[in-house]
Design a protein around this ligand. Sequence first.
Ligand SMILES: NC(=O)c1ccc[n+]([C@@H]2O[C@H](COP(=O)([O-])OP(=O)(O)OC[C@H]3O[C@@H](n4cnc5c(N)ncnc54)[C@H](O)[C@@H]3O)[C@@H](O)[C@H]2O)c1
Length: 403
Amino acid sequence: MTAHTTEVGVGLISVGWMGKVHSRAYQAIPVVYPELGITPRLVIAADTEPSRAEYAKDVLGFAESTLDYHEVLAHPDVDVVSICAPNFLHAEIGIAAAKAGKAFWIEKPVGRGVDETRSVEAAADEAGVVSTIGFNYRHAPAIEKAKALIADGSLGRITNIRGVFFADYSSEPNGALSWRFTRALAGSGVLGDLMGHLVDLMHYIAGPIDAVTALTSTIHTERPIQQMGTGTHFDVIEGGELGPVENEDYAGMLVRFRGDAVAAGAVGTLEASRVAVGPRASYNIEIYGTEGSLMWDFERMNELHVAIGRKGDLIGYTRVMSGPSFGDFAHFQPGAGTGMGFDDLKVVEARKFLESYTGAKHVNSNIHDAVAAAAVVDAAERSAESGAWVSLPPVSGVTAAVR
Ligand SMILES: NC(=O)c1ccc[n+]([C@@H]2O[C@H](COP(=O)([O-])OP(=O)(O)OC[C@H]3O[C@@H](n4cnc5c(N)ncnc54)[C@H](O)[C@@H]3O)[C@@H](O)[C@H]2O)c1
């Protein structure tokens, strides 16, 4: 630990999957980034499910727990808040956090659509609080390297992209009808859940998308009902009461990048599915340029496939392993080959959030990035209904795309 340590009081709202991951990320900060001199202190956690609130205190190490998230926002020792609630609560809690003057790290998608995301943006802007969005795939060291290769022109002019975020978490027809399948609780389906991540990743490495056309479909239209606060959305329930799936399982888009994007004028396709059989969490991007190409897949997140040049007989993809010169890799492992994992991406995200909170400028995604991604998702939903192309005006504020 450095001589000067800044203690930051942490509040957590919702102790589901992401609530646990955020908590572990805060705890890792002094170990992984001792040079920052930031020590997060876990102050209070809230969940309406009593066993989860207790778990936060007994196991995760929060000093206090409550069933009412308002107590987290009102707590005088809480400086920053993690908002890990289901989507329908994001706008309500995000706005309340901003009004309480708390910096917040909020999970994606921020609310049930772009209007709710914009309402959180307005509150954060008015209060002047720091925000960070759970767009964790940005932080993979291989992605940071890919971003640098695109930016320095190693791939030449970027001509076209492909992104395929295919998961199998609901591929089983008896997969639980969690809150993710209900419009009132989630908003859109795989568009908000996985496509938003993919759009943000493209914004981060290739620049803003300015027009889309899309198709969506729902493959399994009924599922067994799961009560809020129990189990996970990976659960399979045999013989339970069925309820309707109200949002899409699959979405496919054609996209065009804006004229001032790093990938100016490039075109491509983005797809997302939550019911694919085979890919487990195959979050795959491909970027093609006039001088080279690259490929990355989250299932092998420590690898980057790079092809540069068109001459000679050794052209084609080379598999490169992430190592200490890629992104934040050196903070986790001393040498290439020993890989990082999903939770480590959240540690990087916590680092960027806390650095932003303690004064660094624009080190991570913020609420304007959430609006940018939500606007593309919203345009895709409208296009899927009308069959038309939808154009996207630039979003306000500093986003990754203009940084
Ligand atoms: N960044 C990522 O890769 C990633 C991954 C998974 C989930 N997410 C996002 O994180 C959010 C949470 O997802 P999850 O998988 O952790 O959900 P989850 O279902 O595991 O947990 C949600 C929790 O919220 C609690 N809750 C419900 N109402 C509440 C209230 N009024 N006050 C406090 N708590 C309440 C539930 O009891 C439950 O414990 C979602 O927005 C989701 O899209 C992001």
